[in-house]
Design a protein around this ligand. Structure first.
Ligand code: CAA
Length: 380
């Protein structure tokens, strides 16, 4: 358990907060409306080292840790949840499995350019017929000489279409179910790979979400990640950390909505005094602040556990579950505090509320988090 941040963490927090305020926030509303990803913004994040926070310098990172990483996702999400998840999916879902399971050559070839931010990463697990039941995937891989041939379709891919590298899971021996799954690093230019439909979404609209399609997609043997049959374990372990990135996104969204609602409540007068001084609103603000603080502590704790090399799967599922629900509640209350104005696009709280919803769904629904947590609780 930690209650203070080191000087390094505070420095990173301040740097990202300044960057978010000056570079990310000014275009957040417009990018949401236009459903537009801004690659230049990603490049600016890379110039600050944000695209490779936890990785050693020899792999293109800045050699910090997972706490610094979640702090960065939180600060970005405070002004733009789309930018937050772009970084989260890139770091947790693409860079992490290469760092953890990749060969030295794969780390040099794929992790380094992703950590430096010249390349963007994504993760492909979900399929039209397998969401929560991730083991039920239908995408196949067949070994053929020096290659694997992949066929199938993955959906709901965060960073789809903008990513250069995709961590993809396919059934090499479908009869063996989980134990027959293998992971691959697929480049966007590989023959047989294409990007399909781009989703039109309720929230996180400037973070592209697409299908990715494999039609006899040829993947060199050297691009297998981990061993044959290790894919499901890699997918699950990747999500263990990824879920805390989503928790950080949820904390940022909730904090952004809370700050907007507090400022408005202090300024808005009804019945002759600011609504913040009226109990119906002040008690809401108290509950919102408490939920955010609890979410943040769970999130930072899970990140700290991971940085210290301790088990963090349960902590991460808990942080995602709690922070996602808190973000939905806090953002809904923020809209309520703004009243009719909150329901319009003149204020940012409706965007926060739309963005919060996805944190209860992706990287494992809240129902899946409860499965993960309950299994771990029963084991201990
Ligand atoms: N770490 C290591 N191994 C793990 C593991 C973990 N966290 N979780 C499961 N495993 C292993 C098990 O030990 C087991 O291994 P053995 O076969 O050797 O015994 C194997 O994996 C199968 O495990 P289960 O029997 O628990 O598998 P299950 O079919 O019951 O599924 C589940 C478990 C937790 C429900 C899992 O399917 C799951 O997490 N589902 C949700 C998927 C998900 O989060 N999808 C989101 C995709 S990413 C996204 O949202 C888009 C994006 O881009 C942001």
């Amino acid at each position: 358990m930690i209650f203070t941040m080191s000087e390094e963490h505070q420095m990173i927090q301040k740097m990202v907060r300044d960057f978010a305020k000056h570079e990310v926030e000014p275009t957040a509303k417009e990018r949401d409306e236009e459903e537009r990803f801004d690659r230049d913004l990603f490049t600016k994040m890379a110039e600050l080292g944000l695209t490779g926070i936890p990785w050693p310098e020899k792999y293109g990172g800045i050699g910090s840790d997972y706490l610094a990483y979640v702090v960065a996702v939180e600060e970005l999400s405070k002004v733009c949840a789309s930018t937050g998840v772009t970084l989260s999916a890139h770091t947790s879902l693409a860079c992490w499995p290469v760092y953890t399971f990749g060969t030295e050559e794969q780390k040099q070839e794929y992790l380094k350019p992703m950590a430096r931010g010249g390349k963007i990463g994504a993760y492909g697990l979900t399929e039209p017929g397998s969401g929560s039941d991730a083991g039920g995937m239908k995408t196949t891989a067949v070994k053929n000489g020096n290659e694997y041939i992949l066929n199938g379709t993955k959906i709901f891919i965060t960073n789809g279409g903008i990513a250069d590298y995709y961590i993809v899971f396919a059934a090499l021996e479908p009869d063996k179910k989980h134990k027959g799954t293998t992971a691959f690093i697929v480049e966007k230019d590989f023959a047989g790979f294409s990007v399909g439909k781009k989703e039109k979404k309720l929230g996180i609209r400037s973070s592209p979400t697409t299908e990715i399609i494999f039609e006899d997609c040829r993947v060199p043997l050297k691009n297998r990640l981990g061993e044959e049959g290790e894919g499901f374990k890699i997918a699950m372990m990747t999500l263990d950390g990824g879920r805390n990135g989503i928790a950080a996104q949820a904390v940022g969204i909730a904090q952004g909505a809370f700050e907007a609602a507090t400022a408005y409540a202090k300024e808005r007068k009804q019945f002759g005094r600011p609504i913040a001084e009226q109990q119906g609103i002040s008690f809401k603000l108290a509950d919102m602040a408490t939920a955010i603080e609890a979410s943040r502590l769970l999130t930072y704790q899970a990140a700290w556990l991971e940085s210290e090399g301790m088990p963090y799967g349960k902590a991460s599922a808990m942080s995602k579950l709690y922070a996602g629900d808190a973000a939905m509640k806090v953002t809904t209350e923020a809209v309520q505090i703004f009243g009719g104005y909150g329901y319009t696009k003149d204020y940012p709280v409706e965007r926060y509320m739309r963005d919060a919803k996805i944190t209860q769904i992706y990287e494992g629904t809240q129902e899946i988090q409860r499965i993960v947590i309950s299994r771990m609780v029963m084991q201990s």
